[in-house]
Design a protein around this ligand. Structure first.
Ligand code: ANZ
Length: 928
């Protein structure tokens, strides 16, 4: 039989599905291995060839691990809550659940066509009530917890309550809001229930707090920072303003230090680790209080990482949102300040940080007192100071900080010259000479000494203290949207309460429209008779996109459990994800939130590992390779219906147009299909070169608008899934971004046919021999056994593909059809091209379906030992010929053999050589 990939692939896909070949058990004698893909959001557009790149790599790896004797968990599911389905619902009235289900079906079909070894019995969908029940359950646990700094972990809020009741707030070390109260046990007991609850809210890990958010009135929702670009929403381009709102938040900052430390224990790409480090942004410094002149009780607290420059402070700067702005603004300055503050509201935090050239600011009219020198310094307002960072106020040191310098120059503020202690540190000599003049107090000290002494001095006068600051903010958790998990909260007398766990899931209610209500409430405000115990208002915001994906890898461990998010046995068995493959766009979102929830679940005692993803690989993006046609322009520059081939386009006046890459092959345009593609092209003319229309090309993002989207289904239709799989791996290193270029796909297809041919005679009858393999055949086989396992273990999938090609060429040249060789080769190739290998495996007489659990062949180094070497023979340094000699020969014997050789004698032409230099196993040089 010829290689009929269509029949073969369908057959095996059905076999795997109906036999549940890849269903994996939570108990096994074998060691476990967990391979996870970042699960997709099922969008309406379906998969293009870029999407499965990571899935193919992880599938090759999973299949390889099975062959290596592991019990492999390799699941797949859908991140199925999200904005696109909701926006589609807004436009069409279609329920997002319906769109989502349709999209999932389409994804599943496409995934099935590629022959993945997923355990589909564990499929999850985050929008499924049986799934989000547990997302809500985790939320409840977060609400019922606080972060205790003494035990350095999350603890039950009832423990805190107990402490307050018995000892008051004294000695409680917790991560909490800034405005917590100090009270004794008696005072606590005297608090009303409402006061108690309000106080506890300041400690909970899931809490409600007023915070400034990016509010998009047109979309009626809060947007994350990365959803806002240049002051408008990324989707739709609607204006976004800063607005204070009561919002559900997650106290992720409690885990800042652990999130940072954990980065040292995981095997992730360094750029990603660095991004997380920067995002967490630990700064070691001090907070310093400057009291306000003539207002003894008021002070401005600043955060600085350079307390050593404190003698260079010549003014203070507040963020426009700083709470003291109103108090400190004098009558004369009122108008200017109000105008400035209004202006600043329009800029997003990101823009404010990015804007380094444009200087703006306004004087409050007030002064503050330097805590060490007692001098007065003016207090200004400027938007380069961010409200959400540190204390929202800075001590400005123009001689130490560039932005302060630019600001001082612009507004003509004093600049006090100080010597940078860090410079001094580096220049030990100048320090010895006492050039370091900063103040009497720290004169001559090193940077470290100066910092220590200054902090001691500030502490002594209660004007400051050492402080560690994190750039990371608590994560806003509420979204004013419909298509997300309802937050399991109801309100009683204005206070939030969690619903009873036994009543989970709290189902997403039906609404008439997916828009905010007329009074500006989120869409859930439209739900009729939706009240807890028919009485209390539910929380109307839903959870953000990242909620469901922050724990999903645990659900796969025990996807159908009704009693728990996963059983203890399942969690104990699978522990953590051993290999996680996905895109780098999740560097600080999903991958940070997941680590946070994982640490919290560990604190709860329900999971074992501090880090969820041991090893992580970011697959690169597959870019589109766009094709262009060149339309001939007339005198006026208008488009004609004539198209000029790429090589001739410079001889004419033309304009380039994208053309659908699916009607172009190897850059040659299919003229008929082009004419059929649009009515206006029906009678297009072409100016050809060599009888062909050659298209131009460019590498761009793969996108519908660029007509360069390639659907894996089309490739599979034409070449089969095994070719697609191997070709995607062949394109280049997994981590690298690379263009989709089908020009080489024929080569891969031909390779698979050649491989198939090894098992067949010229009439395409299956024919393998039982003969003993030759040395050369064994060498070829063992080379590939070694190479492929080394490649896969270091995730270098592309290099294996070319080695397979070499191996099959060698075996073809050797006319090898021996079972002893081919059967092993089938196993080695099967992770890449599983369908063809399953078929051949059975033709070889093995049991159907057993290939996936066969043993990866053992590499025998003996077959690779070379016992002969082809010595290059040089005369006076010039290589003239090569001679095969036993490697065991000693230099003296090599020399003899060389000199005996007739070709060498001819070269010597009767002369006797002055010297023969032999480097064993390398080279021979004859000096004449
Ligand atoms: C005085 C000083 C002198 C500073 C000097 C720097 C250099 P990182 O490392 O990012 O934590 N700062 C503090 N809060 C700020 C805010 N809300 N918005 C903008 N800038 C703020 O940087 C901390 C430094 O950034 C602090 O140290 C402060 O300026 C500024 F030669 O204080 B520094």
């Amino acid at each position: 039989m010829d290689y009929h990939f269509k029949t073969i692939e369908k057959k095996w896909q059905q076999f795997w599905a109906s036999n549940k070949t890849f269903k994996v058990s939570n108990t096994s004698e074998k060691p476990k291995y967990y391979v996870l893909d970042m699960f997709p959001y099922p969008s309406g557009a379906g998969l293009h060839v870029g999407h499965p790149l990571g899935y193919i790599a992880s599938d090759v790896f999973s299949r390889y691990k099975r062959l290596k004797g592991y019990n492999v968990l390799h699941p797949m599911g859908y991140d199925s809550f999200g904005l696109p389905a909701e926006q589609y619902a807004i436009q069409t009235g279609q329920h997002p659940a319906i769109t989502t289900a349709a999209n999932i079906n389409r994804y599943r079909e496409q995934l099935d066509n590629i022959g993945f070894s997923f355990d589909w019995s564990r499929e999850i969908r985050t929008s499924d009530p049986s799934y989000y029940k547990w997302t809500q359950w985790i939320f409840i646990q977060l609400f019922n917890a606080y972060y205790d700094l003494t035990s350095d972990k999350a603890e039950s809020i009832s423990k805190l309550l107990h402490r307050f009741e018995n000892e008051g707030s004294k000695g409680v070390l917790a991560v909490c809001d800034e405005d917590t109260l100090s009270f004794t046990a008696q005072e606590w007991q005297a608090f009303s229930e409402e006061e108690k609850q309000r106080e506890l809210l300041k400690y909970r890990l899931a809490y409600l707090r007023e915070s400034a958010v990016n509010w998009c009135p047109a979309l009626g929702t809060v947007l994350a920072n990365d959803e806002v670009k240049d002051g408008v929403s990324e989707r739709g381009g609607y204006p976004v303003i800063q607005k204070k709102m009561m919002q559900w938040s997650m106290r992720i900052t409690a885990y800042a230090e652990r999130l940072l430390n954990g980065l040292n224990t995981i095997d992730w790409p360094e750029p990603l680790v660095e991004m997380q480090r920067n995002w967490i942004g630990k700064s070691v410094g001090a907070s310093v209080k400057f009291s306000v002149a003539h207002e003894e009780t008021l002070f401005i607290e600043v955060f600085t990482t350079r307390v050593d420059t404190i003698y260079g402070v010549s003014f203070l700067v507040l963020a426009p949102e700083h709470e003291l702005v109103a108090t400190l603004t004098t009558k004369e300055q009122l108008q200017a300040v109000e105008a400035y503050v209004e202006q600043a509201k329009k800029k997003s935090e990101r823009d404010r940080m990015a804007d380094t050239k444009y200087v703006s600011g306004v004087f409050t009219g007030s002064y503050a007192i330097h805590p060490l020198t007692g001098e007065t310094v003016p207090v200004w307002i400027a938007d380069y100071v961010l409200a959400g960072y540190g204390t929202g106020a800075v001590m400005a040191v123009p001689s130490g900080d560039q932005r302060d310098y630019v600001f001082a120059k612009h507004f003509d503020l004093p600049i006090i010259k100080i010597l940078d202690t860090q410079e001094i540190d580096e220049e030990a000599d100048s320090r010895k000479e006492g050039k370091y003049i900063n103040s009497q107090l720290i004169n001559g000290l090193s940077y470290q000494e100066a910092v220590q002494l200054l902090i001691a001095e500030l502490e002594r006068t209660a004007a400051g203290k050492a402080k560690i600051n994190f750039r990371m903010r608590d994560a806003i958790f509420g979204r004013q949207r419909y298509w997300g998990e309802p937050v399991p909260i109801y309100f009683k007398e204005g206070l939030p309460n969690v619903i009873d766990e036994a009543e989970l899931p709290l189902l997403l209610p039906e609404v008439d429209k997916y828009l905010p209500t007329e009074t500006g409430e989120p869409p859930l405000g439209r739900a009729k008779d939706w009240k807890y115990q028919d009485t209390y208002e539910y929380e109307l915001s839903t959870m953000p996109g990242w909620a469901g994906s922050s724990w999903y890898w645990y659900r796969y461990m025990d996807a159908h459990n009704q009693q728990a998010f996963a059983s203890k046995e399942a969690v104990d068995y699978w522990q953590a994800v051993d290999l996680y493959i996905g895109g780098s766009e999740h560097a600080t979102g999903h991958l940070l939130y997941s680590r946070f929830w994982n640490k919290f679940l560990k604190d709860l005692g329900v999971v074992n590992e501090e880090e969820p993803f041991k090893k992580l690989i970011n697959q690169g993006m597959i870019q589109g390779r766009s094709n262009f046609v060149y339309r001939l322009l007339d005198e006026e520059g208008g488009g004609t219906n004539t198209f000029v081939s790429h090589g001739l386009k410079n001889q004419y006046k033309t304009s380039a147009l994208h053309v659908d890459v699916n009607i172009v092959q190897n850059d040659v345009l299919d003229l008929d299909r082009f004419r059929q593609s649009r009515a206006e092209y029906a009678d297009a003319d072409f100016i050809l070169e060599d009888g062909k229309y050659i298209c131009g090309y460019e590498i761009e993002k793969m996108s519908k608008s660029k007509f360069n989207v390639v659907n894996p289904d089309d490739i599979i239709e034409q070449y089969g899934a095994d070719t697609l799989r191997m070709y995607e791996m062949f394109l280049g290193p997994l981590e690298q971004s690379k263009p989709w270029n089908t020009n080489g796909i024929e080569g891969v297809y031909k390779f698979l046919r050649k491989f198939w041919k090894l098992f067949h005679d010229n009439a395409f009858n299956f024919s393998v021999s039982e003969e003993q393999p030759s040395k050369a055949e064994l060498k070829s086989l063992h080379k590939i056994i070694k190479k492929v396992s080394e490649d896969i273990e270091r995730f270098s999938f592309n290099t294996s593909v070319s080695s397979f090609m070499i191996c099959v060429n060698e075996l073809t040249d050797l006319k090898c059809n021996k079972r002893a060789i081919l059967q092993e080769l089938v196993i080695v190739l099967s992770p890449y091209a599983p369908h063809i290998c399953e078929e051949l495996w059975v033709l070889l007489g093995n049991e159907a379906g057993s290939l996936s659990f066969a043993a990866y062949p053992t590499f025998n180094p003996e077959y690779l030992v070379e016992n002969e070497f082809e010595y290059p023979i040089s005369f006076n340094g010039k290589m003239r010929m090569k001679l095969n000699m036993a490697l065991s020969l000693e230099p003296k014997d090599v020399e003899e053999e060389v000199l005996r050789n007739s070709d060498v004698q001819r070269y010597l032409d009767g002369k006797s050589p002055k010297k023969v230099i032999v480097v064993k196993g390398k080279i021979v040089n004859v000096v004449v």
